[in-house]
Design a protein around this ligand. Structure first.
Ligand SMILES: Nc1ncnc2c1ncn2[C@@H]1O[C@H](COP(=O)(O)OP(=O)(O)OP(=O)(O)O)[C@@H](O)[C@H]1O
Ligand SMILES: [Mg+2]
Length: 321
């Protein structure tokens, strides 16, 4: 089995996945509550928490799989992009484990990991397809021709879609992390109540910063009581604008590239309206949308391993290459 480790942001995660993509264990410990009082992830706090959680999360993954380290034949770990201090905790843990057992180490790009969430059992997707990757830090349209990689055909010029959800939720007083909360509140609102325009930028790129400002202006003019009354309508209209932008661009890119299949991955792929709007697409399973280590182990099946002990000097990187 492949042991996957993921610590790029505020989830400490470990998973055990077989070569054929069967998930034997998938443990995710979210630090969301720890960071909620600050309204966002505090990098140094995240690193320290990863340090505390790495060993217990790994232990739980082994227990869930009914396995020991003897059953592990390679260690996969996210080495970027993400918070550098957080990444270093997972990378150091992975190096130590691999080195102590003389195993190869497979460094995995976090974004390749999100795409590889589609390659797991029981319903693995086969390339080629057009992939919308919408998460807390990225909004990408990817032309996926092989399991091993992809070509970027569109990206966000400012905020990521998940970031837009989180910032919108904050403006609506829904706390942090806000994507799920906004999704839930929007279910009771009228998506046509407000017209929030989304910037149309050339090509297949996205821009969400103007949308956030439009919501800010709408909220600013409301009294506390009015905001409480209109919250669901505001959430539904705001969500509609984000989803419409994502769906329009994904469909346009698929048409232009001649892709017959669209797939959606990343935290925002958990959004109920997006899942409905792209019901014909391959949607990452809910449990594998937000950060997890099963997707990292999955990606490792298609990435080159570094033999023992050549990986000891391997570094992490903060931003997408
Ligand atoms: N149901 C939902 N509706 C909308 N957004 C959601 C939903 N569930 C989660 N999100 C958003 O998904 C994001 C988290 O996704 P993910 O864990 O993939 O991102 P990340 O790892 O922080 O960023 P990246 O993968 O780009 O480094 C958050 O912005 C969160 O608000
Ligand atoms: Mg992620």
């Amino acid at each position: 089995m492949i042991l996957g480790i993921e610590t790029s942001c505020d989830e400490t995660a470990a998973a055990l996945v077989t070569r054929s993509g069967e998930v034997r264990a998938n443990v995710v410990s979210s630090q969301a509550e720890l960071h909620a009082r600050y309204g966002g992830v505090v990098p140094e706090v995240a690193s320290r928490r990863h340090l505390e959680l790495a060993a217990p999360v790994l232990g739980e993954a082994l227990e869930q799989a009914g396995a020991t380290l003897d059953d592990v034949d390679s260690v996969a770990v996210t080495h970027g992009p993400g918070l550098i201090g957080a990444l270093l905790v997972g990378l150091s843990a992975a190096k130590a484990l691999a080195w102590s057992r003389r195993l190869p180490l497979v460094p995995v790009d976090h974004l390749h990991g999100h795409v590889a969430s589609l390659y797991l059992q029981p319903d693995p997707l086969e390339p080629p397809f057009l992939c919308l990757l919408a998460s807390g830090g990225h909004t990408l349209l990817l032309d996926v021709e092989t399991h091993a990689g992809y070509e970027v055909v569109g990206t966000t010029l400012d905020d990521a879609a998940g970031e837009a959800f989180d910032k919108g939720a904050r403006l609506l007083g829904l706390g942090y992390p806000g994507g799920v909360a906004l999704d839930r509140v929007a279910a009771d609102g009228d998506p046509e109540a407000y017209v929030f325009p989304v910037a149309r930028v050339p090509g297949f790129d996205f821009s969400f910063s103007g949308l956030k400002t439009a919501l800010l202006y709408a909220v600013r003019d409301l009294s506390t009581d009015e905001l409480a009354r209109r919250r669901a309508d505001l959430a539904a209209s705001y969500q509609r604008a984000i989803v419409r932008a994502l769906v329009e661009r994904a469909r346009a890119a698929a048409a232009e590239l001649g892709s017959s299949r669209i797939a959606v991955v990343g935290g925002v792929a958990a959004n109920s309206e997006l899942r409905q709007a792209l019901a014909d697409a391959a949607l990452a399973p809910l449990a594998l949308c937000t950060d997890n280590a099963a997707m990292i182990a999955s990606a490792a099946r298609y990435a080159p391993p570094i033999p023992y002990p050549e990986y000891l000097g391997l570094d992490a990187y903060a931003t997408a290459a």
